[in-house]
Design a protein around this ligand. Structure first.
Ligand code: ADP
Ligand code: ADP
Length: 228
């Protein structure tokens, strides 16, 4: 589903963010990406979203080498990969419903499809009753649920979550993890970058650890870190 082959990334200022990264994530996996600040986690995510291109190497989403795909922000990537961020990034002047509908409009979905899918994903994240609220009327956990609904409304096979619980208290964070686990159980591949040690240690999912741009550990049912 996601494959990095000998991927290196050097930013224009000379910062070497990734060196010779190889990783392979299969359809339906739930993977935590961990590592200290500056390790390269966000760079991996930006490469998958094609917000950046690698300096070297190939990146496959399914059968497609996205380093060969010409346009940035193309609907192709939007349909393959949903994404949620630590800071939610909802559009403040749109209602919950409109925020989610907008993600479908961007990829050219049919209005009929929009009217069907938006209520469906709102119900999945248990927020049907907030459809006509604006973001400033929502709690942090509700913000993130809307962001998740927006990320999955185009039924992408891959969901990326970049520190999705970083701004939430522990109880709310666990609610978000339940939503992500449900989405994963329905078959979506989930890749989550996180510093939430407690969550990683309890979930017992695959853990890929990265330090200074290199993968240093890749374990099934892994932990956040090993005691030294
Ligand atoms: P993480 O997400 O694990 O904190 P990043 O992928 O953001 O790590 O950063 C990896 C390295 O690349 C760091 O040294 C960081 O300073 C550098 N870096 C990240 N983004 C940029 C950028 N846009 N321009 C230059 N250097 C960057
Ligand atoms: P910008 O360039 O200002 O971030 P975009 O058009 O890229 O605006 O994105 C519009 C909104 O959709 C933003 O809030 C962004 O966080 C969100 N978004 C971007 N990519 C995706 C994606 N693949 N799936 C879901 N939402 C996304």
């Amino acid at each position: 589903m996601i494959q990095f082959i000998n991927v290196s990334k050097e930013y224009k200022n000379g910062a070497k963010a990734l060196s010779n990264v190889n990783l392979s994530i299969k359809k339906g996996e739930f993977v935590f990406l961990v590592g200290p600040s500056g390790a390269g986690k966000s760079t991996i995510i930006k490469l998958i979203l094609k917000e950046e291109d690698p300096t070297e190497g190939k990146i496959y989403l399914g059968d497609t080498d996205i380093t060969k795909v010409k346009n940035r922000k193309i609907p192709y990537i939007r349909r393959k990969v949903g994404v949620v961020f630590q800071d939610f990034r909802l559009l403040p002047n749109k209602t919950v419903y409109e925020n989610i509908a907008f993600a479908m409009e961007i990829v050219g979905a049919h209005p009929k499809e929009i009217r069907r899918n938006v209520p469906m994903v709102l119900s999945m994240v248990d927020l049907s009753r907030k459809a006509y609220c604006y973001p400033d009327e929502l709690s942090g956990g509700e913000h993130q649920r809307v962001a998740i609904a927006r990320a999955i409304v185009n039924s992408p096979p891959i969901l990326i979550a970049d520190e999705p619980t970083g701004n939430l208290d522990p109880e709310t964070a666990w609610g978000i993890m339940e939503v992500l686990r449900d989405i994963n159980r329905r078959g979506t591949t989930v890749l989550m970058a996180t510093h939430a040690k407690d969550i990683v240690d309890v979930m017992k999912k695959r853990v890929i650890a990265i330090e200074s741009g290199k993968i240093v550990r890749d374990e099934e049912k892994g932990v956040y870190e090993h005691e030294i």
